[in-house]
Design a protein around this ligand. Sequence first.
Ligand SMILES: NC(=O)C1=CN([C@@H]2O[C@H](COP(=O)(O)OP(=O)(O)OC[C@H]3O[C@@H](n4cnc5c(N)ncnc54)[C@H](OP(=O)(O)O)[C@@H]3O)[C@@H](O)[C@H]2O)C=CC1
Ligand SMILES: CC[C@](O)(C(C)=O)C(=O)O
Ligand SMILES: [Mg+2]
Ligand SMILES: [Mg+2]
Length: 337
Amino acid sequence: MSVEVYYDDDADLGLIQGRKVAVIGYGSQGHAHALSLRDSGVDVVIGLPEGSKSRAKAEEQGLRVLTPAEAAATADVIMILAPDTAQRSLYAESIAPNLAPGKALFFGHGFNIRYGLIKPPAEVDVAMVAPKGPGHLVRRQYADGKGVPCLVAVEQDASGGALALALSYAKGIGGTRAGVIRTSFKEETETDLFGEQAVLCGGAAALVQSGFEVLTEAGYAPEVAYFECLHELKLIVDLMYEGGIAKMRYSISDTAEYGDLSRGPRVIDGRVKEEMRKILGEIQSGEFAREWVAEDESGRPNFRKWQAEGAAHPIEETGAKLRGMMSWVDRPITETA
Ligand SMILES: NC(=O)C1=CN([C@@H]2O[C@H](COP(=O)(O)OP(=O)(O)OC[C@H]3O[C@@H](n4cnc5c(N)ncnc54)[C@H](OP(=O)(O)O)[C@@H]3O)[C@@H](O)[C@H]2O)C=CC1
Ligand SMILES: CC[C@](O)(C(C)=O)C(=O)O
Ligand SMILES: [Mg+2]
Ligand SMILES: [Mg+2]
């Protein structure tokens, strides 16, 4: 292995149990971190603005909720799990005034540090614990006695104990059960953005929609196209997840495997790979970050338009009808406790 990987035996849960942790934000990641830390015996408080719709949920789940400034003032480890675009002003208004030597500032993603939107003072530890999976899965895995692998990184080690504290936090959310890989804020941010844009979310969604469109425009039934282009994707990805692309190819028919080997590279060809390199360049140069921050500051006009177009795509209506017939799709991943 070219990377350092840490497991349960490499982390001392007592370190985080001895601190007061403020989790700022109670969305996908925030609820998973807060509930799992609490269940690991950590003193947790939630920081949310007065009008936040997440307040009631956190309180219902037995957590103490303060404003972000109050939570940051009372805690010695502050984990920022608000949306990336909200973090810069949240930090300036509520967190920076409440930092003091000996405190630690934690992140679940490196965006604001990597692009210089947040510049913490030198006297505090700055570290990252970034689960490599959606927050609802982080919580479900923890509750099932398992964990989602995490990345850990240290940007500033004022105390000399930042890595040990970050590993302790990762243990508190189940990460060291699965394995925690050491990285940097730069590497985590750039690879995370690339993965979600080019492959996991952007690439996969566009591939599925295009395949569905080609079949339905050619006159095939939308229901059949949905099964072929979306539904079965999970079954294929599950095989890749268990044993790599090799296991998927072992399990499918020879006919499918020949089609995969001979046609796949025609779909994802040199032009697509060149576009992927361009996307990576925009991430590395900061162009994507500047564009996204400007889009957010101007009220997200493109984001909202593209969201609406995606929601109106015919594949969604077909999928909603078909999933109603699938009794086995009965435990949505967003349902956690
Ligand atoms: N989603 C995921 O699975 C992953 C996310 N991450 C990272 O985790 C961080 C959080 O993302 P995610 O969990 O998706 O966020 P969500 O959008 O799911 O939740 C954000 C939470 O922050 C609250 N919030 C909004 N504005 C503020 C503010 N100004 N001050 C305090 N709280 C605020 C929201 O409250 P309200 O309900 O009122 O809007 C909500 O509770 C990001 O850095 C992201 O990149 C990393 C790995 C995976
Ligand atoms: C893949 C999307 C992600 O990077 C994640 C769940 O890890 C995110 O930012 O939500
Ligand atoms: Mg990610
Ligand atoms: Mg991400």
